[in-house]
Ligand binder design. Sequence first.
Ligand code: KIV
Length: 284
Amino acid sequence: MTRLTIRDIQKLKDKGDRIAMLTAYDATSAFLAEAAGAPMLLVGDSLGMVVQGHQSTIPVTLEHIIYHARIVMRVTTSALVVGDMPFMTYKTSIEQAMTGAARLMQETGVEAVKVEGGETIAPTIERLVQAGIPVMAHIGLTPQSVNQFGGFRVQGKDRDTAAQLICDAKAIEDAGAFAVVLELIPAPLAKEITGMLKIPTIGIGAGPDCSGQVQVFHDLLGLYPSFGPRHARQYANAGEIIQQALASYVQDVKGGAFPTAAQSSTMNEDIIAELHQRGEKPCE
Ligand code: KIV
């Protein structure tokens, strides 16, 4: 099976098919997300929060993303996989971005990278694209700037910040990005931006009128107990189900109910009887 490409993603948008993107970080999440039919997977730096247990994405390094992207690529066959460029791996200089993106693609096989930022990052996007690297952009609440924003807050609510986001979206498209994530911006603004652009907009907390949506695997499944963002719908409380199952296992081990003969193997017991007779020196 061949993987979807950025052209296939554009075709989905052009046909009016809404694009359901999911994050994936390991073999289980990648296998399940692809099997569920997601055409695009993101090895997001959100792994810093849901896998590594940090309060933000800032501690994530390029090595971490490479490690997880290799796993996701190993177990998927059809989805387009995008690798996130972590905090400060692409903003120091264009050369830094080129080197990091090249490593991410060469060492993992991902077909595209994602960078956060608008107008200011457009020259970097342009160079990456010229070098043959497909780029997904990300504007609005860009989590790598959470300290600058003073928290995970909705962006673009007033005239100036909304106008800036529109300019950012245009600059990104002009620079050659193949798609743009719109995170935590008001639904009417996301609708306006989506209407202006030819490339797909992928919303997260940006209302129903984007070309597609992206959600964090753990948020949809209720896997991460201490974090449930408002923009996510919990489709299953898998965390509770898993916790109950694990508690049953602990009780069964304590009470001697696990394992039983069904989970064990047998052998000729005469051998054990003979070894037992040899006492403490069975090897002599
Ligand atoms: O890292 C991530 O998972 C993301 C999505 C939330 C868009 O950037």
